[in-house]
Design a protein around this ligand. Structure first.
Ligand code: PEP
Ligand code: MN
Length: 338
């Protein structure tokens, strides 16, 4: 961190400030210029709040050199982290993992039927929402525990690990017991208590990017989970809010190389919520694979016209299979499997 002080800062004030940093275990190097005094702080500055330092009247400017995240930072962990979900490995350079399934679990028969199709198409895991974060309180809110039980039955029959969204920590025990990957949805990306709660488990966490969050805020959300001890975090880009109304959200593919450069964690893409339109899901999926995504999570429904949520962006099983087939060809070109 580099701190610039006003030239007229009294020596006594400068010494006081330097002392306060040294007390925190940081080493301070002073550079005296003509118009400013500049000093550099070396050591772990992640706990320093630059806004608080700027509150000092004699401080002109504060520049952070190191990122505020440590556990997720590639600098301190150069190798890719590979997250193991019941033997399926997410991250690294080999397999691209495909997760398919309905937005919401609507009943046992529905989830069984879709699970069968996901498996036949070559999917690796089954998704399904049992607790749904709906914009309207009058919309279907999910089947709750019954939905989780149906997913579990489908998992047993088709050997597909299950991914489902946890909205509140009072259901954490249920998820730890029955779900293989706990999804933290876009709307809860900055629900810090929920992040800390899942951080105390050892379950893989699928951390979706918030509707309007920066990459750094997203990585800091992962840091919340990791700082509690759970390092099994998988990022999931699902599109962000922009001014563009032709798509539900705007898919930000630039995050793939950025997340890979800044962190050692895997990143997957959700082309369904990113586009909001089944017609766009294939292009977005293929582009994501080409850009280096470690996986895809795609909404699949056997009767999208009558789906209880997100039918417009859900693929029929046949199309889901086509996406996997085309995706495999792109994966092959970049030296990966799918
Ligand atoms: C979902 O996966 O169905 C969902 C609600 O996702 P998001 O949090 O990305 O909107
Ligand atoms: Mn959905």
């Amino acid at each position: 961190m580099i701190i610039t002080l006003k030239k007229d800062a009294p020596k006594q004030e400068v010494d006081k400030l330097i002392h306060s940093f040294e007390e925190k275990g940081l080493s301070v190097t002073m550079i005296n210029g003509d118009n400013y005094n500049v000093f550099g702080l070396v050591g772990d500055t992640s706990k320093l709040d630059e806004k608080l330092i700027r509150a000092n009247h004699f401080v002109q400017n504060v520049t952070r050199i190191a990122a505020p995240y440590k556990k997720a930072n590639r600098l301190f962990h150069p190798e890719d982290s590979i997250i193991d979900v019941q033997g399926i490995k997410i991250g690294g350079h080999e397999k691209i993992v495909v997760i398919g399934g309905p937005c919401s679990v609507e009943g046992e028969e529905q989830v069984m039927e879709i699970a069968k199709e996901v498996k036949q198409a070559g999917g690796d895991m089954l998704r399904g929402g049992a607790y749904k974060p709906r914009t309207s309180p009058y919309a279907f809110q999910g089947l709750g525990s019954k939905g989780i039980a149906y997913l579990e039955h489908a998992k047993e029959r088709y050997h597909l690990p299950i991914v489902s969204e946890l909205m509140s920590s009072d259901k954490l025990e249920e998820f730890v017991e029955h779900v293989d990957v706990i999804q933290i949805g876009a709307r809860n990306m900055q629900n810090f208590d929920l992040l800390k709660a899942v951080g105390k488990t050892n379950k893989p966490i699928l951390l979706k990017r918030g509707l309007s969050n920066t990459i750094e805020e997203w990585i800091m959300a992962a840091e919340y989970i990791m700082s509690e001890g759970n390092e099994n975090v998988i990022f999931c880009e699902r599109g962000i809010r922009t001014f563009e109304p032709y798509t539900r959200n705007t898919l930000d593919l630039s995050v793939i190389p950025i997340i890979k450069e800044k962190t050692h964690l895997p990143i997957i893409i959700d082309p369904s919520h990113a586009t909001g339109d089944w017609r766009l899901v294939e292009s977005a999926s293929l582009a994501a694979i080409a850009a280096g995504a470690d996986g895809l999570i795609i909404e699949v429904h056997n009767d999208p016209e009558n789906a209880w949520s997100d039918g417009a962006q859900s693929l029929k099983p046949q199309r889901f299979q086509e996406v996997i087939e085309k995706g495999r060809k792109i994966a092959h070109v970049i030296g990966r499997e799918m």
